[in-house]
Write a new protein. Structure first.
Length: 319
């Protein structure tokens, strides 16, 4: 399946083609964390898994308790964004529980997972789910991001830039680096990635207007790209298009760029929507020589990260 369904959040329950055996969601400071669950929980026949970063319980504790009230029988999965190995092992244990009953239909609300956790989860599902299983992913759109008295921001600081577990790629020690970035609005994270990798070629993705969440957000995106190009004079820049909402189109777009990299080491970093992140993961799973990296932020705009749009897209990844 390579098509997406785009609908109002309130219509989601009636648009699912079949019930879910299991559902995975993530606790968050965003209100968007609860939208998909609220619409489909009556169609989940098995277990709901609520993932959360236990190193951020200072501001996620309220969300965890809210999920306990919404789904009394949920299985809670403690991740740790400071320790990727713990996140990998915790998600592997969750996937093992999902697979215990054989082939199944798994739903994943990717909206509030970190991009690193999404990538790890998709890697584990790709290699761990029984043949015949179905994976359906959901992404709830945002109307606006990062509105605050500070002028608008999502994250601040970068703790480290690291390779995502499962996506080490193939690295030639004497080869040059081709960095592929799918930008969003987090300029500081993009700059830290470029500084860490020192690429000789940078491909900047541009979200096409017809596939952007909104016209205003697309204009912000253009400004971001121009700032980044102006900062670095050494690397060669080129641009490519991708979709913010269609992961299958984004997968194709990224693969087209990767295939033109020649003998360079190819590293991809997604700073755009979680739907676009899924597309990047699919591309890397299809081309295991591609490395994925993640810039871990120091802090988040927990008070004004996003505003829900009331719309959702969902798509079948496998099965």
């Amino acid at each position: 399946m390579s098509a997406i369904t785009d609908c109002k959040l309130a219509e989601l329950g009636g648009r699912l083609p079949q019930p879910l055996d299991h559902l995975l969601v993530s606790a968050s400071f965003e209100e968007r964390a609860y939208g998909v669950l609220g619409q489909v929980r009556g169609q989940v026949r098995g277990k709901t898994f609520v993932c959360y970063n236990e190193n951020h319980l200072s501001y996620l504790g309220g969300s965890v308790e809210r999920f306990r009230g919404l789904v009394p029988g949920a299985k809670f999965v403690p991740l740790d964004s400071d320790r990727p190995s713990q996140t990998f092992n915790a998600l592997r244990n969750a996937v093992d529980l999902v697979t215990a009953g054989g082939p199944c239909h798994v739903g994943v609300d990717v909206t509030c997972f970190t991009r690193e956790a999404i990538a790890i989860l998709l890697f584990l599902m790709r290699h761990g789910l029984p043949k015949g299983s179905i994976v359906t992913a959901f992404y709830q759109k945002a109307k606006a991001y990062g509105r605050s008295r500070r002028g608008g921001w999502l994250t601040e600081g970068v703790r480290e830039v690291r390779t995502i577990l499962g996506y080490a790629g193939t690295v030639g020690l004497g080869s040059q680096t081709h960095l592929v970035i799918l930008p969003g609005f987090e300029y500081e994270r993009a700059q830290e990635i470029v500084d860490a990798l020192q690429p000789d070629r940078i491909s900047l993705g541009h979200a096409t207007a017809e596939n952007s969440i909104s016209e205003a957000l697309n204009l912000d995106h253009d400004t971001f790209m121009k700032r980044l190009e102006a900062l670095y004079l050494g690397p060669t820049f080129d641009r490519f298009e991708f979709s913010c909402v269609d992961p299958f189109r984004t997968r194709r777009n990224v693969l087209e760029v990767v295939e033109k990299s020649g003998k360079r080491n190819v590293v991809v970093a997604c700073l755009n929507t979680k739907a676009a992140s899924v597309g990047v993961c699919l591309a890397a799973l299809d081309r295991p020589t591609t490395q994925l990296v993640y810039a871990q932020p120091v802090g988040y705009n927990t008070g004004a990260y996003s505003e829900p749009l009331g719309e959702v897209v969902f798509f079948r990844l496998w099965g």
